[in-house]
Structure formats: structure tokens, C-alpha cells
Design a protein around this ligand. Structure first.
Ligand code: ZN
Length: 284
């Protein structure tokens, strides 16, 4: 059920069928090496969410491309909004979703850099009384070790994976390869959703190694917002996702959809958060 595809008279039914749940994929426009498109985080999260909503119907709001990528001005394709505008925009979008009758709003986050922004945002929703509740879920990365465990438990379902595919996954575990920005998980996620947008010949077009310029600070637990740009000037980090293919991408995406279906199901069937919100509105 896509918000933008509904006709006006269909909204009342959509609210009933979705039990008041409306979900929005929240991503960003950010460089991911030279092998993935700048819309990666948004595209993948939105596709996973839309697919999950076909299994467990909820209303899917148009995805949000303009999440938090402060400081990445030097890369073409970046779109950077100020922090204050981001908070205002998210506040007004959620107010509008709720005004239309959806009282449970899920922000289905596809970008690690949005975690701080969205956690901050949902705290700000408590500044005023609202007749709705906002939830966040991070469409977190599914590491090869997790994938191998799921495959082991559901051999038939993933029988299209070859011996070589399993070796590629095992390699990550045995050789302790790292999965970071633009790495195995994000590449597998894109190969499972938009394979035509992945340039598998560009995995090593630029270095994904850290320059270690800020190690003296991060190792001491000191954080500065310049860390990412200084350590990863190509906006690419960890081991390059060599050999990751469309079959692995398909399995990855199936697992991501399963997890999203579970999240939608829990939200549709739980009543405590709206009940508490009503109590809280009467407390002050
Ligand atoms: Zn990403």
C-alpha cells in the first residue's frame, strides 16, 4: 500500500488494513565508493520496506532521501540540509501523516549517519503533546556470519546458493574480513534490489583503506565530526566486497525483508505505546 498510489477515498480503508501504521524509509544521498549509487541507503531500505509491506500490509509513505550527511560537500551527488531544517521537516512530515489518520509512524532507517539524527528527532516529539507515536528501526547490516546461520537453518529456501557462494560468505568469517561503508552488506543489499545499479568492476576503483589520521583520537574515545572525512576520503571503508554476486544479494534481501515483516507485524499488533501516549497526554 503506497501512500502516493492511493486515491482519496481509499485512505480510510488503508488506515484500517494497516492498523494505523505508516512507514517511511529514511536514507540519504551520499557517495558509496565508485561501485554503488549515491541513493544506495534510501533505495535499498525503501525496496525492502515496500516488499515487506506486500506481505504484512502497512501504508508506505514516499521515501526520504535527505538524511544527515553533514560535511560531505566534496563529493558530487551529496545533498546536505542543515540540522535544524532536517528536524523541522521530519516534524512536519510526521504531523501530516498523523493528521491523515496514521497514528503509528515508523521511520525505517537505511543510513547509519541518521541514527543520531532520528534518535534526537523522536525525543523532540515529546516536547509537545501529540496524538501519535514515532518509532525508529535501523535496517541494519546482515553480516555473512548471520547469513550463514540463517542459511543453515533454512537450507531449502536458500538452495539456489552455490558452494562457491557459501565459500565467499565463509571467507568473511574465517579471514575476519571487515564490512563497512560500501562493503559486503550494502553491496549485497543493492545486488538484491537494484542489480543494474551496481558496478561490480569498480569494487577496487578507489581505496577503502583508512588513512588512520584520526586514530590518535578515536582510539582514546574522542570523537570529532571531521573523523569520517579525514580517515575515509573516498567515502568507502573496510574490505572491498570482492566476488559478492546477485545470488548472495537475493539471499541478503530475503533476510532483510523477513526482518522488516517482523517489525511491521509487531507494530501493527501492539497497543501499549499509543495507550501510554494517551495517558501521558493527560499527565500534564
Ligand atoms: Zn550506506
Amino acid at each position: 500500500m503506497l501512500w502516493a498510489h492511493l486515491r482519496e477515498e481509499e485512505f480510510d480503508d488503508a488506515i484500517k488494513i494497516s492498523k494505523g501504521v505508516c512507514a517511511m524509509a529514511v536514507g540519504c544521498l551520499e557517495k558509496h565508493g565508485q561501485h554503488l549509487p549515491v541513493g544506495t541507503d534510501t533505495l535499498e531500505a525503501n525496496k525492502v520496506l515496500e516488499t515487506a509491506s506486500e506481505i504484512e500490509p502497512v501504508c508506505v509513505f514516499p521515501c526520504f532521501y535527505f538524511g544527515d550527511i553533514q560535511g560531505l560537500h566534496q563529493h558530487k551527488g551529496s545533498v546536505i540540509l542543515s540540522g535544524g531544517l532536517l528536524l523541522s521537516l521530519m516534524t512536519e512530515l510526521c504531523d501530516e501523516i498523523a493528521r491523515n489518520g496514521f497514528k503509528k509512524i515508523l521511520l525505517f532507517n537505511g543510513h547509519g549517519g541518521n541514527i543520531a539524527f532520528l534518535n534526537n528527532f523522536i525525543r523532540t516529539t515529546l516536547y509537545r503533546k501529540k496524538d501519535y507515536v514515532v518509532y525508529t528501526f535501523f535496517n541494519n547490516l546482515l553480516h555473512p556470519s548471520y547469513m550463514l546461520k540463517v542459511i543453515q537453518e533454512n537450507k531449502e529456501r536458500f538452495s539456489y546458493l552455490t558452494r562457491e557462494d557459501l565459500d565467499i560468505l565463509n571467507d568473511y568469517v574465517v579471514k575476519k574480513k571487515t564490512d563497512e561503508h560500501g562493503g559486503f552488506c550494502e553491496t549485497a543489499g543493492m545486488l538484491g534490489t537494484y542489480p543494474e545499479l551496481v558496478r561490480t568492476d569498480k569494487y577496487e576503483a578507489e581505496s577503502s583503506a583508512s588513512t588512520k589520521r584520526f586514530d590518535h583520537l578515536t582510539k582514546a574515545g574522542i570523537y570529532t565530526a571531521h573523523f569520517w572525512n579525514a580517515d575515509y576520503p573516498n567515502s568507502y571503508a573496510g574490505d572491498p566486497p570482492l566476488n559478492v554476486n546477485e545470488r548472495i544479494g537475493k539471499a541478503y534481501t530475503q533476510m532483510a525483508v523477513d526482518r522488516a515483516v517482523n517489525v511491521l507485524r509487531i507494530l501493527k499488533n501492539e497497543e501499549e505505546s499509543l495507550r501510554f501516549n494517551e495517558e501521558w497526554n493527560r499527565m500534564w
